[in-house]
Design a protein around this ligand. Structure first.
Ligand code: ZN
Length: 113
């Protein structure tokens, strides 16, 4: 099974149903079941419930990691854009070396490249 797969609701529901069945057996007032059988049923039931829940937790974590990566990349892109904006350019109108969107000397707009 792939580790970063989106969990399926149907699979989780089946696990929960089986888990609840085991727990139901564990607490049922049936004299045929001894303490040991009840213990095993409780362990299996709880294990099934955790097994149903675990893929969702892992999926949530994976999505959080993805979101963090995207935010970091967005910041890198913003930094690159800012660096590009602040790159010095030569004004075609007055010939001065300037930076920003408008020539600092004659006020002409930066030509689109
Ligand atoms: Zn200029």
């Amino acid at each position: 099974m792939s580790t970063n797969e989106k969990p399926r609701i149907g699979t989780a529901v089946a696990k929960i149903i089986f888990g609840l069945l085991f727990l139901d057996v564990a607490i049922a007032p049936d004299p045929e079941f001894g303490a040991e059988s009840r213990g095993v049923a409780i362990i299996l039931g709880v294990a099934l419930l955790l097994w149903a829940y675990y893929p969702f937790r892992r999926w949530k974590k994976y999505k959080a990691v993805l979101r963090e990566e995207m935010e970091r990349e967005d910041k890198e892109i913003d930094a690159l854009k800012a660096a590009l904006r602040n790159r010095p350019w030569t004004c075609p109108h007055c010939g001065a070396n300037t930076k920003g969107d408008v020539c600092e000397y004659c006020g002409s707009a930066k030509p689109r490249t």
